[in-house]
Each structure stands twice: as structure tokens, then as C-alpha cells.
Design a protein. Structure first.
Length: 335
């Protein structure tokens, strides 16, 4: 299994007038070639911040990488200059967002936006770039690409716009595509089409994907592996099967139990009672203790160590200690 990206002990903080926000607190994971890793968690769990950190797109001067390594094919991105990062972004790592309008330029035709990256990163001439742009629009399933090339983003539907964004993101065959809630703004049928498209393109191009989402339905559809984030840490990681069939962390149980039966939900509808801890003044012990139905005395005093369950499955919870009572996940968290 070829490792494309290794994130090692990543710490990211933000300066605020109240103090330092510890948004990402020691996150480590690996991404293999052609693999999709989903990072799931509620709003504010640090999943988007992690991805912006990988892209080196944290807001200046408030956000910064305090510690850790970001190894892209063995090269540490934390040591790259801003200029080098501009070349790496789009060419080696690309990102797509929830709202395609944020990544498209409303004043440029879709064709020129596609050609721009090709000319800049792949050093192609205009006519060659135009040819490839046309082919890319075809690949992502935009009908009448010849006509569409000359149109502006507002002339596209939401789903078609997201297809264009995917075409732009994949134009230079990046090693890694980070997709942050790529289908959240779309209706259910279009969501499924976009996920199918991502899967198909991944098969063809061997792209590795980091999918950031709060929607476990999306995860089940596309992810090979899942990392569950809470309060800036990964609390459980495993293959999609391990997370859905044999989840070990009470927070994962809560996420699974609050999976919508109908597909429409926003991040605020998650039904785990309580709110995440204050990331400026983190309490001692387990970050989930204040909301956990199974909290024990030890949880409030000491952070749980990460337990290895299988070669691919790990979780950080005191319930996995030999001395803890045996607790079964609640009904809703079972398949
Ligand atoms: Fe709950 Fe304790 Fe496990 Fe934290 S360590 S999730 S508080 S049981
Ligand atoms: Mg987010």
C-alpha cells in the first residue's frame, strides 16, 4: 500500500481575543494511493481546520500550525514556502468545498477557469489547454461541453457547478483531493450522482481522497476508512466496516444513533446532547466526558490512551481498558 500522505501529530491553534483556541490537538493519520478516508464529526470538531492546515490555507495571522508534519509523498509541506505551496495547491493537492460558488470566479467563463490551472501548472499552450478542458468537462458529465466552455458559473445548476469544480480540481491529476462537505448543498439525487462521479474518477485516476463530512450516509457510500474527530482529536479510526459494524467509542455511537433516517440534515440536527468543550480551556481527562452517558471517574482525570483493536481499528476511550465495565453500544448505533 503506497502511502501518499502522512499527517503526524498535527497541532493547529488560533489566536482569539479570549485566548489560544486549540483547534487541532495531535492528529495523525495516513492516506494510501487510491483510498478515500472520511473525516467525520460535528461542526467545530476540527475536521475542516485539519484540511485547511494540510493545504496551508489557515487564515493569517491568527491560525498557525504549532507542531506536526504533513508528509506528501515523503516531503514535509510544513517546510514549504508560500510560493512553493501555491505551486503544490491545484497541482498535487486540490480542494473542493460545499458551495461551488466559493471556488468559481463569477466573472470568468468556465472554460477559461479550467484552462487557467492547466496553463499554470502543466505549462500547456492555449489550444492544448482548451482541448483538455473540453475533455475534462466530458469526463465529469457536463453535457454540451463545447457550449458550456463559453458560459459563466451562474448559467450552471448547483450540481453542474460542482461537476465543474471537480473538473478543475482534478485537471492536473493531483495526488490528493480534499473534499469538504462536497454534496451538502445539493439535493439528494444530485448528491448521489456527485458521489458516484467522485468514485468513478478515483478509480480511473487513482486519486486519494480526504472526505470531510458530518453525514454518515455519505461516508457509507464512498469511504474506505473513517476517522472520527471530536474536539480537535481523532477519537476512533477504522475501516468503514469496522466503524459501522463494530464501533467502539461512545461519540461514534452517538453519531451513528443520530444518523438521519431521511437524508436531509444539517450539522446542528445531530442529537448528541450537550456541546463540545471550550477549546481555549480544555478540561482535564477525556474531552467527551461532559456529554458521555458512560463517563467514569477516571475519564474526568486522565485522557484515555489510544487502544489498538485490530491492525486498522483504534479508539481512545477508557471503556476499552481491561478494568472497565463491559458496555454494549446502544440500539441505534447498531446496524
Ligand atoms: Fe466516555 Fe470515558 Fe470513554 Fe470518554 S473515556 S468516551 S468519558 S467512557
Ligand atoms: Mg466544516
Amino acid at each position: 500500500m503506497e502511502k501518499i500522505l502522512e499527517v503526524k501529530d498535527l497541532e493547529i491553534s488560533f489566536q482569539s481575543y479570549k485566548g489560544e483556541i486549540q483547534a487541532v490537538r495531535g492528529v495523525s493519520f495516513e492516506l494510501a494511493k487510491g483510498e478515500t478516508l472520511a473525516i467525520v464529526g460535528e461542526s467545530g470538531s476540527g475536521k475542516s481546520v485539519t484540511s485547511k492546515g494540510i493545504m496551508r490555507l489557515l487564515p493569517h495571522p491568527f491560525g498557525r500550525i504549532k507542531n506536526g508534519k504533513l508528509l506528501l509523498s515523503g516531503e514535509d509541506l510544513t517546510e514549504r514556502s508560500d510560493k512553493q505551496m501555491r505551486d503544490i495547491r491545484g497541482a498535487e493537492i486540490s480542494m473542493i468545498f460545499q458551495d461551488p460558488m466559493t471556488s468559481l470566479n463569477p466573472t470568468m467563463t468556465v472554460g477559461s477557469q479550467l484552462m487557467e490551472g492547466l496553463m499554470q501548472h502543466r505549462k500547456l499552450g492555449k489550444s492544448e489547454a482548451a482541448e483538455i478542458a473540453l475533455e475534462l468537462l466530458r469526463q465529469v458529465g457536463v453535457p454540451n461541453p463545447q457550449v458550456r466552455m463559453k458560459q459563466y458559473p451562474h448559467q450552471f445548476s448547483g450540481g453542474m457547478r460542482q461537476r465543474v469544480v471537480i473538473a478543475i480540481a482534478l485537471a492536473c491529476n493531483p495526488k490528493v483531493l480534499i473534499a469538504d462537505e462536497p454534496t451538502t448543498a445539493l439535493d439528494v439525487t444530485i448528491q448521489a450522482q456527485i458521489l458516484d462521479l467522485l468514485k468513478e474518477l478515483q478509480r480511473e485516476k487513482g486519486t486519494s481522497i480526504i472526505l470531510i463530512t458530518h453525514d454518515l450516509g455519505v461516508v457509507a457510500n464512498i469511504a474506505h476508512r473513517v476517522a472520527v474527530m471530536y474536539a480537535g482529536q481523532i477519537v476512533e479510526t477504522g475501516t468503514a466496516d469496522e466503524i459501522f459494524v463494530d464501533p467502539k467509542h461512545p461519540y461514534t455511537w452517538g453519531l451513528l444513533a443520530s444518523m438521519p433516517k431521511i437524508h436531509e440534515l444539517t450539522e446542528s440536527l445531530l442529537s448528541i446532547p450537550g456541546t463540545p468543550p471550550d477549546l481555549i480551556r480544555m478540561p482535564a481527562g477525556c474531552a467527551f466526558a461532559a456529554r458521555c452517558p458512560y463517563v467514569m471517574e477516571v475519564c474526568r482525570a486522565l485522557s484515555p490512551r489510544t487502544k489498538v483493536i485490530t491492525e486498522t481499528h483504534q479508539a481512545a476511550c477508557w471503556l476499552l481498558d481491561e478494568r472497565a465495565p463491559r458496555i454494549q453500544p446502544p440500539q441505534g448505533a447498531r446496524p
